[in-house]
Design a protein around this ligand. Structure first.
Ligand SMILES: Nc1ncnc2c1ncn2[C@@H]1O[C@H](COP(=O)(O)OP(=O)(O)OP(=O)(O)O)[C@@H](O)[C@H]1O
Length: 806
């Protein structure tokens, strides 16, 4: 390829590439259509083409051979179709914007330099050999992200390649037209990034492939660590890096890894919808997205009503004057701690010797197998066998016992009675069941004949009589079996273990607790904590802070459920998960690698985990050798002015580096009354909208405050406000009223902090909430109060904001 340098040459090249793409698309189009037809056709005619003949061994072999052959042809067609379709889709995706970057690279020892154009997928020329566009995930493309012009190197499966990057160019191409072109040198800031970040917020996240920064690229491409921990400031691109990483892994391991083997844990369902478009935009399928709460519901939802983290948060933030508040706070902290984790492990050791609580297995108000019997059985096994293994043995024994008791039960008088009262419909049902049961299929056939005989009033001969008896026996068996079904199901679900009692038993007195847990430390206010926990359990409810420990204990006793399919777990907002949750995830997904992204500066939940640094428990999860930690300190979301204002809100915030994108300083407005405040906010929102901002959030501290704000702003004349609650399924563009903890992970053009007074934000746990709320703003941040300012603002240099007092 000739060296392309001027704007005209670039335009010409773009036209050529577009032509090539159009040609490629046109060439493939009929083929894609035809292949699809062919595949459906073969599927349709599959059985017409093969005649199955099993009369002799040869015939059978021949049939088998034809089927296998047909199948192979079909699979190949389908594979080829999938490949071609993918190529075709990729070309169509490239057409409006074929590439976003270019590097000219001269490999050491080579004379010629290569011009490498980079886009969202690869495009190979007609010759089938030369790349017109390189996928951003190819090894050579990493040069674009990792280096300024000059000496550079990249890793390939065959080793490291070194050389010199002569040129690094960025393009903005929209609807096939070249709009801008930037050449970067060592000193120039990333102009494309400037442009991208200057745009408005969207209700859905965008991909960042054109402007991935070197520090983010390292995270995206790390493919060696079992555990990858990213601690990054607000707006530093953690979620973005996570999503591009998913796309990278899917590309790199496309032969082995599929999107459903990757799970992303999201902070709330709304966030799911926010990020759900990024991967499809990159031509990849979405990974599985879940919230931890959904997991808890799956495993415990049948037995308990589980509080969700938002209700817990609301309690922590609003119920300071409640009796027992301090104890609950202590409990939340303790139940998320490593100390409690160890205590539960100690408890299971203790249970190995004694103390298991087991439920009677009852049937028709009778105890069939008593808890005592089960206990005796459990402790009769060799004590060196692990508890869950013994529980499994007991389970097996119980199922056998149940089968025996079921047989015995068949002679009981109630069975006879039931049989007499079977109406036609039930009879038919039982008959139907008999028919379905493979083993009694024959019997059912005979039964039919018997019925027929009865209908035709034929007298029964001796043989028939035997048969009727057998029928009765089988009917009896069916009846008992049906009634025993819940018992069997229960045993399979381990309901013979009194889990509620076992968890509750921990929360008795201090001495007993110590004894059962191998001398675990007891937090302050233990008696109150015990009372609260037991009250909840009594009503078959679980506090959020109890749900994971409860599940953890359950798994330690019953054996761990595992999912070996999943290969990658991503945990976003990772600071909001407790060690318990991590420990649980590690056990649940034994074959998965984990990527945890979070910001301790936004750790608004009491059970937060510090992700990085010395003594981070997260590093211990897989051990230091298997863990890589990254720090992201550059903040991309907010303007320079907003970042400078939010930095001092956090201890250690001075390490955060703003990106050079300028805007207005945050505006702090003090008003005399709530009415005036509402009026002013309504005016400000209108002004922001007039200035072209479309995504605006009035952020409150709690859901309760959101309700108030929504009412007072609506009364103040605001129309069409969106009131966001934990049940809102997806983001929409517009003006929203939203509690800070639901705004986690997302962003808005403008943020209005509804009440920045000391009443809302004073306590240490409110500092991070305040920081989280302020850092949602991309371009404008406005704060309001009717009295004093929160002490967190008092600590900020007044030169960093504009103050208006009315
Ligand atoms: N390299 C990049 N190029 C373009 N935009 C970027 C880049 N990195 C981050 N951004 C943008 O910065 C904003 C913040 O990114 P993201 O939400 O991924 O950050 P985060 O670290 O997860 O933030 P938080 O912790 O506050 O939720 C997004 O609008 C994202 O598109």
């Amino acid at each position: 390829m000739e060296k392309i340098s001027s704007w005209e040459q670039e335009q010409e090249w773009l036209e050529q590439v577009k032509e090539k793409l159009k040609l490629g698309i046109a060439n493939l189009e009929p083929e894609v259509g035809r292949l699809k037809e062919q595949a459906t056709d073969i599927r349709k005619r599959f059985w017409e083409e093969v005649t199955v003949n099993t009369s002799t061994e040869e015939d059978f072999e021949e049939s088998f051979f034809t089927i296998t052959q047909q199948n192979a042809v079909l699979s190949e067609r389908e594979r080829s179709h999938a490949r071609k379709l993918q190529q075709w889709k990729n070309m169509k995706r490239l057409l409006p914007s074929p590439y976003f970057g270019r590097i000219d690279f001269r490999e050491d020892g080579q004379n010629a330099e290569e011009q490498v154009y980079i886009g969202v997928s690869s495009f190979i020329d007609e010759d089938g050999l030369s790349f017109v566009v390189y996928d951003w995930r190819t090894p050579i493309a990493s040069l674009y992200y990792d280096y300024p012009p000059g000496k550079a190197a990249f890793d390939t499966p065959g080793g490291r390649i070194t050389g010199t990057m002569e040129l690094k160019r960025q393009y903005q191409i929209r609807e096939g037209q070249l709009q801008h072109l930037f050449d970067s040198s060592v000193t120039i800031v990333d102009e494309l990034l400037q442009q991208v970040l200057g745009k408005g917020a969207d209700s859905q996240m965008k991909s960042i492939v054109a402007t991935i920064q070197a520090e983010q690229n390292a995270i995206i491409r790390n493919d060696t660590s079992r555990m990858l921990i990213v601690q990054g400031a607000a707006g530093s691109g953690k979620t973005s890096a996570a999503l591009q990483r998913v796309a990278y892994l899917l590309y790199k391991h496309r032969e082995r890894l599929t999107a459903d083997q990757i799970v992303l844990f999201s902070p709330n369902p709304m966030f799911n919808s926010y990020v759900s478009t990024v991967l499809p935009e990159l031509g990849e399928e979405n990974m599985q997205q879940v919230t931890f709460q959904e997991y808890l519901e799956t495993w415990l939802g049948q037995d308990y009503r589980i509080e969700d983290p938002f209700d817990q948060m609301e309690y922590v933030l609003t119920r300071q004057t409640d009796r027992g508040y301090q104890a609950r706070l202590k409990a939340i902290e303790y139940k998320a701690s490593e100390a409690f984790l160890r205590a539960l492990q100690g408890y299971v050791q203790w249970l190995k010797q004694d103390g298991m609580l087991l439920n009677d297995i009852c049937f028709r108000d009778r105890v069939l197998i008593s808890g005592e019997q089960i206990k005796t059985k459990l402790y009769s096994y060799d004590p060196s066998i692990r508890l869950p293994n013994r529980v499994t043995l007991v389970q097996k024994w119980l199922l056998e016992e149940l089968a025996r008791l079921q047989k015995e039960e068949q002679g009981a008088s109630w069975v006879q009675e039931e049989m007499n009262y079977l109406d036609n419909e039930q009879f038919a049902k039982v008959y139907g069941m008999l028919h379905r049961e493979k083993g009694v299929f024959d019997f059912a056939e005979k039964y039919l004949r018997l019925q027929e005989m009865l209908v035709h009033k034929r007298s029964l001969d001796e043989g028939d009589f035997d048969f009727a008896e057998r029928e009765e026996e089988l009917l009896g068996e069916m009846i008992v079996k049906e009634q025993f079904r819940p018992l069997r199901r229960g045993i399979k679900r381990f309901t013979f273990i009194d889990m509620n009692g076992l968890y509750r038993q921990l929360f008795t007195d201090e001495e007993a607790y110590r004894e059962m847990t191998g001398d675990a430390e007891v937090p302050e206010l233990w008696p109150d904590i015990c009372g609260q926990t037991k009250d909840k359990l009594g009503g078959n409810e679980l506090f959020y802070e109890d749900a994971t420990p409860y599940l953890y204990l359950k798994e330690l006793i019953e054996g761990v459920r595992t999912n070996t399919q999943v290969r990658h777990i991503f945990v976003d907002e990772g600071q909001d998960y407790s060690m318990f949750q991590y420990e649980y995830l590690r056990k649940l997904f034994p074959r998965a690698r984990m990527t945890v992204l979070g910001d301790f500066g936004q750790a608004i939940f009491t059970q937060a985990t510090n992700l990085s640094g010395v003594g981070s428990p997260l590093v211990q999860l897989y051990g230091e050798a298997e863990t890589t930690q990254y720090q992201l300190v550059r903040s991309y979301r907010s303007t320079f002015e907003i970042v400078e204002f939010t930095k001092p809100l956090l201890p250690g915030g001075e390490a955060i580096v703003p990106f050079e994108r300028r805007g207005r300083k945050p505006v702090l407005t003090k008003l005399e009354s709530n009415e005036m405040k509402a009026e002013r906010i309504v005016q400000d929102v209108a002004k922001l909208q007039a200035d072209g901002y479309t995504s605006i959030a009035v952020i409150t501290k709690t859901a309760a405050e959101s309700g108030e704000a929504y009412a007072s702003l609506t009364a103040g004349g605001a129309a069409g406000l969106l009131h966001i609650t934990k049940n809102t399924p997806a983001f929409k563009k517009g003006v929203q009223v939203i509690p800070a903890y639901l705004a986690k992970g997302v962003e808005f053009d403008a943020v209005l902090i509804y009440d920045a007074s000391p009443q809302s934000y004073t306590r240490e746990n409110e500092r991070k909430l305040f920081y989280t709320a302020c850092t949602r703003a991309m371009h404008m941040l406005l704060l309001y109060t009717t009295g004093e300012w929160t002490p967190f603002v008092d600590g900020v240099d007044p030169a960093l904001y504009e103050l208006e007092e009315h």
